[in-house]
Design a protein around this ligand. Structure first.
Ligand code: NAI
Ligand code: 13P
Length: 337
C-alpha cells in the first residue's frame, strides 16, 4: 500500500517506521521545513526518539500533494492542528480514501467535537475515518516493543483496512471496534487523569492514592462518554483502561511528566514548557469540564483538574476538595434492605 503520514512528531515517526517495516511505501509529511531538513540530515530525532534511526526508505517532505495517490492517509498531528490539517487535505485527497487519525483530544474550535467529526466535516463526508488508539508510547513502538491498539470506525471495511495495514505478527497487534465514539473519547479524556496521576506522584503521595485517582477517574470519564454515546465496555478495553494505565504509569508520558512538575510546585505553563512537547491533557481538561457542564454529568476529578490548571488552585487544595466531598456509594446501587 502507499501510505501518507502527516506529522513527524514522535508518534508520526514511530508509525511511519512501523508501516515501512510492514512493507508499505511510506511518505512522511511535516508542516515545518526545519523538521523536514533535520530528518533528511540526521535520519533521526534524538530529542523525541533517542537512539532510533529512521530508514532511508521513508520519504520525508513538506509537500502534501502526494496524499492524492495514497491508499491510506494517517494524521498524527497535535489536537490544535487537526482541523487546519484536515482542511488542507480536503483539497488534495480524493473521495473514498480512508483517513486514520491517531491524535488524542477534542476539537476546541468546533464545540469540542471528536476528531473523526472534524475530519468528516472538512472532507465533506466523502472519506471513511478511523481512530487508531490505545496504550502505545511512540518510544516503544519505534523499538518494536510488543504493543496492542484498536482501529475504530463507523465503517467496518475502513477499520479492517487499517488493521491489515498496521498489524504484524512480531510486535504490533490491531483489534477493530465499531465504537468510534467510545474509543475517541477514552483516548482524549484519559489524558486528564494522566496529568492528575502525575500530580499525585509529584506531590509524593502513595500507590493507594494513585490507584484511587485512576479508578475514580476512569469511572467519571466513562460516565461522560456513555452520556455522549459511547459503550460502557469500551472503557474497559485498550482505548480506555489500557491507555489510562500506560499514561498514568509511564515516564514516557508527557502528560504524566507535566503533572509531576505541577505536583512539585511548577505552574501548568511552566510544566508544559519544561516538557517541551504537546501536553494534550491540558486542553482535554477544558474540553471535559465544558462537556460535563453542558451534559449535567458529575466529574469531580475533572473539575478539580480544571481549577488547578486554569484557575491557579493548588494541588494540595484540590486534594482537600476531592476528599471533602459528601459520602456516597461506589456505583449507582440499588439496596434491597
Ligand atoms: N507520542 C506518543 O507516544 C503518542 C502520541 N499520540 C498523540 O498523537 C498526537 C501527536 O503527538 P506526537 O507525535 O507525540 O507529537 P507532538 O504532539 O510533539 O507533535 C508534533 C508534530 O506535529 C506537527 N505539527 C505541529 N504543529 C502543527 C501545525 N500547526 N500544523 C500541522 N502539523 C503540526 C509537526 O510535525 C510536529 O512535529 C497527539 O495528539 C498525541 O496525543 C498518540 C499516541 C502515542
Ligand atoms: O497517548 C499516549 C500513549 O498511549 C501518549 O501519552 P502522552 O501524550 O502523555 O505522552
Amino acid at each position: 500500500m502507499k501510505v501518507f503520514v502527516l506529522g513527524t512528531g514522535g508518534w508520526g515517526i514511530a508509525l511511519a517506521m512501523l508501516l515501512h517495516h510492514n512493507g508499505h511505501a511510506v511518505t512522511s509529511w511535516t508542516f515545518f521545513q526545519e523538521e523536514c531538513d533535520l530528518l533528511h540530515r540526521e535520519r533521526a530525532n534524538e530529542k523525541l526518539l533517542p537512539g532510533v534511526r529512521i530508514p532511508e526508505g521513508i520519504t520525508v517532505t513538506t509537500d502534501m500533494s502526494g496524499a492524492a495517490e495514497a491508499d491510506l492517509v494517517v494524521m498524527a498531528v497535535p489536537s490544535f492542528a487537526v482541523a487546519s490539517t484536515a482542511e488542507q487535505l480536503s483539497r488534495i485527497v480524493p473521495a473514498g480514501t480512508v483517513i486514520v487519525n491517531v491524535g488524542k483530544g477534542l476539537d476546541s474550535q468546533h464545540g469540542y467535537c471528536r476528531f473523526s467529526e472534524t475530519i468528516d466535516r472538512a472532507m465533506g463526508g466523502r472519506n471513511p475515518v478511523v481512530a487508531l488508539t490505545g496504550p502505545t508510547h511512540a518510544e516503544e513502538v519505534a523499538r518494536g516493543v510488543p504493543t496492542a491498539i484498536v482501529a475504530a470506525s463507523a465503517s467496518r471495511a475502513a477499520a479492517e483496512l487499517t488493521q491489515a495495514a498496521f498489524m504484524n505478527d512480531t510486535f504490533f497487534r490491531v483489534y477493530t471496534s465499531s465504537d468510534l465514539v467510545g474509543c475517541e473519547l477514552g483516548g482524549a479524556f484519559k489524558n486528564i487523569i494522566a496529568l492528575g496521576a502525575g500530580i499525585s506522584d509529584g506531590l509524593g503521595l502513595g500507590d493507594n492514592s494513585k490507584a484511587a485517582f485512576m479508578t475514580r477517574g476512569l469511572t467519571e470519564i466513562a460516565r461522560l462518554g456513555v452520556t455522549l454515546g459511547a459503550k460502557q465496555e469500551t472503557f474497559a478495553g485498550l482505548s480506555g483502561v489500557g491507555d489510562l494505565i500506560v499514561t498514568c504509569c509511564s515516564m514516557h508520558s508527557r502528560n504524566r511528566r507535566a503533572g509531576i512538575l505541577i505536583g512539585q510546585g511548577k505552574t501548568a505553563q511552566e510544566a508544559m514548557q519544561e516538557v517541551g512537547a504537546t501536553v494534550e491533557g491540558y486542553y482535554a481538561t477544558e474540553a471535559g469540564y465544558r462537556l460535563a457542564q453542558q451534559q449535567g454529568v458529575s466529574m469531580p476529578i475533572t473539575e478539580a483538574m480544571y481549577e488547578v490548571l486554569y484557575n491557579g488552585l493548588s494541588a494540595k487544595e484540590a486534594i482537600r476538595m476531592l476528599l471533602g466531598r459528601p459520602r456516597r456509594g461506589e456505583h449507582e446501587e440499588v439496596w434491597f434492605h
